[in-house]
Design a protein around this ligand. Sequence first.
Ligand SMILES: Cc1cc2nc3c(=O)[nH]c(=O)nc-3n(C[C@H](O)[C@H](O)[C@H](O)COP(=O)(O)OP(=O)(O)OC[C@H]3O[C@@H](n4cnc5c(N)ncnc54)[C@H](O)[C@@H]3O)c2cc1C
Length: 299
Amino acid sequence: MEYLVSARIAQLQVIDPGEIRRVQLVLPQEAEIAGRRFPLRDMMRPGTAFLARPWGSRTEKYRRRMYTRSNSSSDEPGVLETFINHTHRPQADTSIWWQSQTADEWKKAGKGIDVRVIVNESQGIATVYENTVMCKESNLRLEPDGEWEERRLVCVAFGTGITPFLSYVHYLAHGKWENKKRGGCGHMTLIASVRHEGQLMFHQELLKLAEQFPSYFRYIPVLTRSWPSDWPSYTGRLIRARVLPSGEEQIDLSGLHESVPDLSHCDLRLCGSVEACQQLMQGLKNENICPVTVRKESW
Ligand SMILES: Cc1cc2nc3c(=O)[nH]c(=O)nc-3n(C[C@H](O)[C@H](O)[C@H](O)COP(=O)(O)OP(=O)(O)OC[C@H]3O[C@@H](n4cnc5c(N)ncnc54)[C@H](O)[C@@H]3O)c2cc1C
């Protein structure tokens, strides 16, 4: 049985008009499910996704869609934040709706979005459903506490692929780095690759965190299509692919090597378009570079 609870649309911030929005859905403290009232508990692990039922502009129906959470349940319990981009695929349905004025009207009218929860009868609580409960190569659920501290994470995000890593940063910064956790705080490099400056998500906050915690966190914003003349970080694609006359695809990772010179000693995490993630993996294979661990997720 699938249980759904209506969440209030609290934020629909335009990041790039018609392209990317920051969405916040706020769950009630308790909900009536199957005739009983249950307190709602939010224990989502960073790097996991929740399931919601937004409207599909194309199909004119409610659809079930997964969204990776970008904030942390430990900082903001019950507030499900994510970044949603218009996919521009011919079948695009809900991703267009989120960018539309209709979504703004729903927010204004106080119309909710259903979010999936799991009922635990024995404990008498309902918890927010998470898409994954195990760390695997094909997902980005953060390793359990006591494990991630040993890692040197290099997280490469393409576009809204930054969402799981934003959740890592919020969890690690506010829960661990700020308290200088005993036994180590690991290290995280975040590479955020977007088309132009306006698409950078939480840019100022990430810059500040990198300044505040230089021993634990490095932030590398990359602009691929256009950039201000005085842009202080990287520009152009860090991973370049070109098709040779033979039809073979040649991958050039020199931009990536320049920003992170020792990829073979890191725990590589990738998120974003299938094509970009595949090209990066192929480039590493061609150069015989084997990071300590690799985990990736594409939508
Ligand atoms: C784990 C996970 C996390 C994600 N996190 C994010 C995120 O943080 N931000 C973000 O923007 N997107 C995220 N996505 C993608 C998101 O769920 C949507 O797929 C995306 O927003 C595009 O939605 P869409 O409705 O426009 O198009 P699509 O989801 O591509 O759907 C288009 C059409 O394809 C068909 N279709 C889609 N799925 C199915 C299916 N399973 N079976 C049959 N037909 C189907 C339907 O006819 C639908 O109308 C995530 C996906 C997954 C799996």
